[in-house]
Ligand binder design. Structure first.
Ligand code: BES
Ligand code: ZN
Ligand code: ZN
Length: 520
């Protein structure tokens, strides 16, 4: 209404890969990385060519100890002539270098360049790669960090900012074993992931007056048109017929935006896919708490309570392009949790898909109530070999793990182990938490099968997971509680990597794509 309407935006920066001396190009910005060195370490040999290009300014800065290669250190050196600049980014300790450290460096470059007018960048890939992180991996993590760090939610901006760079040359030198072709291939794959994350941010950042359950359904349907994925949207009438009393109860309070359950099917590679994986996401477009209403302070953040569903949506978009081996069914459980005369109440008992009953003790514990239908529906209808759900489920998880690790709770050591490995590889940290019979006991209800709140402030993340477990049967299952990691608030901004600007960040997409690609 009066706002410039922009749809999800493509990434503006162009890149190319060439075996070329960066100093011999037209670039007005040259980027090099440097590993952390001791206080009195000699000037690193890896930067000798750059020091020559910079007429000795670089070694002079090193001599003054302005540059030591620490993580989060970035230095711009303006070169004589007034046109060219050199940006030196710290990579941290060489023996702990990882593609995540490289992504952080890319993000830092974005942050450093913001508001400065560089147009054409060239990064010397040999200075950001090593035996631990070879050139293809380093180049793609760096570009990922750069682009994600440059992300801006532009929809409501009358004057969106231009990209930090119009183009970036990945200048190859003497990297071990890497060719321009292998680096290009890695970057092509990376671009699918990066664009899926920025696309998800354009949706995840929308407030509840735009990103309604119907809107999320439309976004899912766009994947049918664009990538041929089969998308089924169940509206409130169909949900009624199916017996999805959980989603209907939570969504019942909204006068204008009824709930939707959305299923997106990716058929897998080849005629006989290796296995079927179900991804289920919590899609609460706004969580006011309902009748058990939340305090006003920070309530606006609850527009991000759809993060699990948006991550599932964007993962489906990415895997359709990556053409991963398994068949994957994505389910988004979408509703608005608001109080009204038609809202569900504390004390209500609701019947979910498949017949299990829930005693509602707190309408603010609504995520587990919508997920109950999604989990049991996908299990009964699609017979997955495993189920992974993502949900901004509990404040308790933020208290326990803060803003960098998501909670992982699982009934399968194999699945948990694989997810932890993918987490390591993609820089989206998970921390496994226990799930024991004690927690299952805690969610048993006097009047129904389970209760949605224990009403005691103890092990909130674990009892929430124990509740979900009741709806997945024997199917191997993992639950990711992303309450602390899905978005960056003013409070958490200082503790987040530089490639995650404030707002929805798309946590889980890289991790799931890595896992579904068989750990690649
Ligand atoms: N959406 C919230 C959890 C949340 C809190 C996400 C903070 C992101 C940041 C969830 O629906 C909720 O309100 N959970 C309650 C459960 C309780 C009532 C049993 C909570 O954590 O307090
Ligand atoms: Zn809630
Ligand atoms: Zn919620």
């Amino acid at each position: 209404m009066g706002f410039p309407i922009r749809g999800p935006e493509p990434i503006a920066m162009q890149w190319n890969v060439e075996r070329k001396d960066a100093w011999e190009t037209q670039a007005d910005l040259i980027v090099v990385g440097v590993f952390e060195a001791e206080k009195d370490a000699p000037f690193p040999k890896s930067l000798a060519a750059d020091d020559r290009g910079a007429g000795g300014l670089l070694s002079a800065a090193w001599g003054r100890a302005e540059i030591r290669g620490k993580r989060a250190e970035s230095t711009i050196i303006a070169l004589p002539g007034g046109v060219r600049r050199l940006l030196v980014v710290g990579l941290g300790p060489a023996d702990r270098y990882s593609s995540e450290a490289c992504r952080v460096a890319g993000g830092l470059v974005s942050k450093t360049l913001r508001g400065k007018t560089a147009h054409v960048g060239a990064v010397r890939v040999s200075t950001i790669s090593s035996r631990r992180v070879p050139a293809p991996e380093a180049a793609s993590a760096f570009v990922d960090g750069l682009e994600l760090g440059d992300y801006e939610f532009k929809r409501y901006k009358t004057q969106p900012r231009p990209p930090v760079l119009e183009s970036l040359l990945l200048a190859l030198g003497k990297e071990l074993g890497a060719t321009a072709a292998t680096v290009r291939k890695a970057l092509d794959r990376q671009r699918v992931l990066t664009t899926s994350v920025t696309w998800s941010r354009d949706i995840g950042n929308l407030a509840a007056n735009v990103a309604t359950p119907e809107y999320l359904a439309e976004q899912a349907q766009s994947l049918q048109k664009e990538f041929g994925l089969k998308v089924t949207v169940f509206d409130e009438k169909q949900l009624e017929e199916m017996g999805c009393g959980g989603i209907l109860a939570v969504g019942g309070g909204s006068a204008l935006h009824p709930p939707r359950m959305i299923a997106i099917e990716y058929p897998g590679k080849g005629s006989k896919p290796s296995k079927t994986v179900a991804l289920v996401g919590k899609g609460i477009c706004f969580d006011s708490g309902g009748i058990s209403i939340k305090p006003a302070l920070h309530m606006a953040e609850m527009r991000f309570d759809k993060s699990g569903a948006v991550a599932v949506l964007a993962t489906m978009r990415a895997i359709a392009q990556l053409k991963v081996a398994p068949r994957v069914i994505g389910v988004m459980c979408c509703a608005e949790n608001v109080p009204s005369g038609s809202a569900y109440r504390p004390g209500d008992v609701v019947k979910t898909f498949g017949g299990k009953t829930i005693e509602v003790l707190n309408t603010d514990a609504e995520g587990r109530v919508v997920l109950s239908d999604g989990l049991s529906w996908v299990n009964a209808i699609h017979h997955p070999d495993e189920i992974i759900d993502l949900a901004t489920l509990t404040g308790a998880c933020v208290v326990a793990l803060g803003f960098d690790h998501a909670g992982l709770l699982s009934t399968s050591d194999r699945l948990a182990g694989d997810l932890l490995r993918s987490s390591q590889a993609t820089g989206e940290p998970l921390w496994r938490l226990p799930l024991t019979p004690v927690h299952h006991e805690m969610v048993k209800s006097e009047v129904a099968d389970v209760k949605n709140s224990t009403e005691i402030p103890a092990a909130g993340t674990l009892t929430a997971a124990a509740f979900l477990h009741a709806f997945v049967g024997e199917t191997p299952w993992a639950h990711l509680d992303i309450a602390g990691t899905a978005y960056v608030s003013a409070i958490s901004a200082r503790h987040t990597p530089p490639y995650n600007p404030t707002g929805f960040n798309g946590f889980g997409i890289r991790l799931l794509c890595h896992y579904l690609s068989g750990g690649a």
